[in-house]
Design a protein around this ligand. Structure first.
Ligand code: BGC
Length: 750
């Protein structure tokens, strides 16, 4: 019988996909491996066999934070969030990692600031997500980074979470599917992708000490399902465990999360990496399944003279020597690290710093993403008009006033590790001089909506009023054919919003100099036509909604945001985004009334009712429902049917027709209503397809729904269960489409 022969480490370095392992190892009794996973495993194992204990320990912790000057020393050009030195005698390259939620977060890198991940989610487009991951990876690689720390999939349980912009909404299937597509795009460019923050890390208040108290079924059917889809379909090299505790155990030392679920049940073969300083022990964390401590430190003392935690450096060596962490566990950590580097091309083709980002290509992709992710929320017909306010027709406008939101100079973005610094010459300051810290200042990119609007309407008078004087803005609006008010909401890692109400000079003293709701209300009272353009990461409340004609949600639209907004307002691009998050009418409609600043117990008392499931179950009318988004054309759905195979996989088929006069793209959604008596919320998203249609064109849509997505988590037996009974299947334009089509299938259960 042929057997696989472990080859020497130096030979392993030269061996690649599809080569004869026999030739590499020089043994005739070897077999040819063509499976890249098997090759990576084999080569990694050969290397592990050559490493000393010190070398192994070196590979499982970082050496500080290059961009903050903690730890090191770091080679020149290394300026990201973490760094692991290589081992040259065995050809193991160093690994440099950088944050990359919506672009590479490295100062002075000229990386492209893409629309935020929440915007990507609003595109409902896995192909775009794949290209998004690839775009960021291309820039990471050219800048010398082999690992991107982008890819957050924490669900929007609490929309005031300051990192909502970094995540992909409130639904596990949408978030997990897009995460996998993004990961695949990243890793195809030979950059290791990270999916984070595992798990139940759904608000920033007390994030390092809070304890998410959540039952097993809730976890499995909500946030862990997003991770499960992201891990199984995307095969990310890294999973980053989070700061918080889950049911009393730190996420980075939780054997249930790290080993039982992630590694054993889901078959994750990559590295569990701690969030930055989220490691709290050596033995407990190592035995629970943590594989890498970040940011770590070298000699337990940083360059700044104080220690970063370093449980996985000298502490881990001592624990292995003492036998409290078996050598086999350390070997497993190293095996995971090396197989990931080999599998995703970082080992054989390590990136080197010093390259230049292709800004033209980045900008083109940023523009495309912003165009495809904006959501048209309202488009009413003004009094005395015969058509909806949007799209604007330049030929019929002689005057336009643009108001507020620094729309004369740029667009806002989110803060923290998910930020992307402005490229050279592209920074705009929107911050008030009272800001004591850079970290409280929003980054604004020089992409002026005003300039782009002027270019669309060259014969019109286009003026700008900064919004600080609501009366002056209202007067200017009264004199113009149309008023376009820009409203912004800044949010950041490390802090939650106190309200979903638009920030004012009292709730965001650094980035706002006036009351935005008062401004919009004043303008709406006088303007003939008024459109509100939102730039935000979390949902916003709209007490003025009934008094404005149009609302365009552009999220944090990235470095080409101004151009994309103008393209959408004037109809050069037909909006096709749909909300990945419910917009509530008021804060008090949220499951958690307030975010306690002092109580570190975060009780998931709403259970399964996360996101739209909450509003559906409680029969609360949202301001805008999950999945909602308008277009400049119209669509009709018809002819639904569904059939199940013997395993309970269901295919739902229906037709979508573009019944309007413009080409457009429609994210047609399928929701399932599970049999009654299971304690489930009324419906859950089980699939969708985004179809592009010319005017008058029809397309049959076929959505495959795996049995898993129709199942419930059986907490007594710790497994998924497909229950017998009648399943309603609903196809429509949103989670609350009055014209949705309904059918049902009967499943036998398992
Ligand atoms: C964040 C992570 C980030 C890391 C490195 C942490 O504070 O939670 O998302 O990747 O810092 O910058």
């Amino acid at each position: 019988m042929k057997r696989l022969t472990l080859i020497s480490a130096s030979t392993a370095i030269a061996c690649g996909v599809g080569v004869l392992i026999a030739a590499c190892g020089g043994h005739d009794d070897s077999i040819t491996l063509t499976d890249p996973d098997a090759i990576a495993d084999t080569r990694a194992a050969a290397l592990v066999g050559q490493l000393t204990t010190d070398e192994k320990v070196q590979l499982v912790h970082g050496t500080g934070i290059p961009n903050a000057g903690f730890g090191g020393p770091f080679p020149s050009g290394v300026n990201g969030a973490g760094y692991i030195p290589g081992i040259s005698r065995l050809g193991i390259p160093a690994l440099s990692m950088a944050d990359s939620a919506g672009g590479v977060n490295v100062a002075n890198s000229n990386a492209t600031a893409l629309p935020a991940p929440v915007a990507l989610a609003a595109s409902w487009d896995p192909l775009l997500a794949n290209a998004y991951g690839a775009r960021i990876a291309t820039e990471l690689r050219v800048l010398g980074y082999g690992e991107g720390l982008g890819g957050g999939v924490n669900l929007t349980r609490e929309p005031r979470d300051g990192r909502t912009f970094e995540y992909m909404g409130e639904d596990p299937v949408l978030s997990g599917t897009l995460s996998a597509a993004r990961t695949t795009g990243t890793q195809a460019q030979k950059v290791i992708a990270t999916i984070k923050h595992y798990a139940m890390n759904d608000q920033e208040t007390n994030r390092m000490t809070s304890n998410s108290v959540v039952d097993e079924r809730t976890m499995r059917e909500t946030e862990l399902l997003a991770f499960e889809l992201g891990v199984k379909q995307g095969q990310p090299g890294n999973v980053m465990c989070s700061y918080n505790l889950v049911n009393g155990i730190y996420a980075c030392e939780d054997p249930y999360l790290l080993t039982s679920v992630l590694k054993t049940e889901w078959g994750f073969k990559g590295v569990v990496q701690s969030d930055w300083t989220a490691t709290h022990s050596t033995v407990a964390a190592a035995l629970a399944g943590l594989d890498e401590e970040e940011p770590g430190d070298v000699g337990d003392t940083s360059a700044l003279g104080f220690s970063l935690p370093s449980y996985f450096s000298t502490g881990l060596k001592a624990a292995v020597t003492a036998g409290s962490v078996p050598m086999s566990r350390l070997n497993d950590m190293v095996q995971r690290k090396l197989r990931t580097m080999i599998r995703y091309g970082v080992f054989d083709s390590p990136p080197t710093p010093g390259g230049a980002v292709d800004q033209a290509a980045g900008n083109a992709f940023a523009l495309q993403t912003a165009q495809q992710s904006a959501v048209l929320l309202k488009n009413a017909t003004p009094a005395n008009a015969s058509a909806p306010v949007l799209p604007l027709s330049a030929a019929s406008l002689s005057s336009i006033v643009v108001i507020g939101g620094h729309a004369d100079v740029g667009v806002i973005s989110g803060g923290g590790s998910g930020a992307v610094p402005a490229a050279a010459g592209n920074a705009v300051s929107g911050c008030t001089s009272s800001s004591p810290l850079l970290s409280t200042c929003a980054t604004w990119y020089k992409s002026s909506p005003l300039t782009a609007i002027k270019a669309k309407a060259p014969s019109a008078t286009v003026s700008y009023v900064d919004g600080t004087d609501a009366n002056a803005a209202a007067t200017a609006a009264a004199q113009a054919d149309v008023a376009i008010v820009f409203a912004t909401q800044w949010e950041t890692e490390g802090a939650d919003l106190t309200t979903l109400g638009l920030p004012s000079n009292t709730t965001d003293t650094f980035n706002q100099t006036y009351d935005q709701n008062a401004l919009i209300t004043a303008v709406a009272a006088k303007a003939k036509r008024v459109i509100v353009v939102l730039e935000n990461g979390s949902p916003v409340l709209m007490p003025w909604l009934g008094n404005v004609h149009g609302v365009l949600e552009s999220w944090y639209p990235g470095v080409q945001g101004g151009q994309a907004i103008a393209d959408l307002l004037f109809g050069d691009i037909n909006p096709s985004g749909k909300l990945p998050i419910t917009f509530p009418q008021q804060d008090s409609d949220l499951p958690q009334a307030t975010i306690s600043p002092s109580d570190t117990t975060v009780n998931y008392s709403e259970g399964l009712m996360m996101g739209y499931r909450w509003y559906d179950a409680k029969q609360i009318q949202p301001l805008f429902p999950f999945g909602f988004g308008l277009s400049y054309t119209t669509y009709a759905y018809s002819g639904i049917s569904a059939h199940a195979d013997g395993s309970g996989n269901v295919t739902v088929t229906f037709t979508v027709k573009n019944t309007g006069s413009r080409a457009g793209a429609e994210a047609a959604q399928v929701y399932a209503k599970l049999p009654s008596g299971l304690g489930e919320p009324p419906q859950r998203l089980v699939g969708w397809q985004k179809v592009s249609l010319q005017p008058g064109q029809s397309q049959q849509v076929s959505v495959s729904v795996p049995a898993k997505l129709l199942s419930t988590w059986d907490a007594a037996n710790h497994k998924w269960k497909l229950n017998a009974g009648a399943y309603g299947l609903v196809a429509g334009a949103s989670s609350r489409d009055a014209n949705a089509l309904t059918t049902s299938v009967s499943l036998a259960g398992q």
